[in-house]
Ligand binder design. Sequence first.
Ligand code: ADP
Length: 478
Amino acid sequence: METRANFVDGAWVEGPDAVSDINPSDITDVVGIFSHADAKLVDRAVTAAKKAAPSWGASTPQARFDVLDFIGTEILARRQELGRLLAREEGKVLPEAVGEVVRGGYIFKFFAGEALRVPGEHLKSVRPGVEIDVLRQPIGVVGLITPWNFPFAVPAWKIAPALAYGNTVVFKPAELVPGCAWAIAEIIARSGIPAAVFNLVMGRGRVIGETLVNHPDVAGISFTGSVAVGRTLAASCARRMAKVQLEMGGKNPLVILDDADLGTAVQAAINGAFFSTGQRCTASSRLIVTGGIHDRFVRAMVETMAALKIDDALADGTDIGPVADEGQLSKDLAYIDIGKQEGAHLAAGGTQLEKAKRGYYLSPALFTNSTPAMRINREEIFGPVAGVIRVADYDEALAVANDTPFGLSAGICTSSLKVASHFKEHAQAGMVMVNLPTAGVDYHVPFGGRKGSSYGSREQGRYAIEFYTTVKTCYVAP
Ligand code: ADP
């Protein structure tokens, strides 16, 4: 099997090591072999990106549009093939994987358009005859560090705005999913983009990520990943005063009130908590349910869960694929034990499954009789594990929903417009969903949270401009 290389300064460059990319649905299946860069190669990539920054920063909107539109068009045309790669590499089911690829394609298309309309402002000065222009300019070299759970969409929503606003990029994907990252890089390499404007360096966070974060020529870091890494990374960026944007965990509440439509609530909970194997930072891991609907809701959840097919991500009819890797599976199982020890009742699932192929299969776990103070309801597990918390009324539900160090997404199922409007106003989250799962977002509007979930300006949609540009105010006298 050929080793897929890093992409540095317009050329494919092998690093000192290479690792196998393993299919979590079938651990005997090697998806590919990918080169790992070292600190020296990261330095080369940054130096090249720095050299390329002035001319890309001065390139025409048409040139940037053409590059981004080419990338988006090819991704959309190859959605089935790239979706298969994603499902095989990460373990989400094929329809979800194809959906993610499509979303990635549209993100490039969206930012192709944004490259044509980079905004500015023109104002009169308070001084006679003086004119003022407020300009948006690229920040320079950006380091993009991404997680394994959305191997296509997260890179797309960082790379596309970075390039659209005239920055040069050094992209470091998660170790578990080099296949999708490499496929994106390979398309970008053929897009007509000038050499060194986009670079791919694969490898470990501790080596490649840290080198990028601490490099004096990297003007900004956009990171999606764990809270622990995000915190240290923010401190490193602050020390050298680099711009930083972090998207981290969630412990997202889905409130279900007595007046909710039961079918809608169960669909939202099953999708939000368990689809994508629960490996979404927007997953609904806390199901906060009022007394009048609680027992019916739990019964319907258990019945629906029994009918879910957990199997190979590429097999027809699979609802939920495997956990992404062995480490994550052990973590999920450890939290399921913690839940039992804390006194919650495991109402369904939570066991490792044997399938025809050896993979990291786990049946989704639903805990009932759980309380807000339990670790399973406070810490992000990042697996198919959800806790039901019974509450008396909406006021208690809202208080419990907000009682978390996180604040990414919050959902409510209710038929009351008045209550939904109150929740929209008072949920302490960056995104609110009414009668919808907490996960599943559009590509043309801002994404992000508050409290421990996010730091810095929002990603996606037109709000991405905040991170990827700097403002210059120009005063001109005649
Ligand atoms: P997860 O593995 O749960 O997605 P991590 O925060 O460990 O979350 O990883 C997210 C991304 O951050 C990955 O690309 C990883 O390689 C990278 N990373 C991990 N540790 C560091 C670090 N110390 N500095 C920079 N990047 C890191």
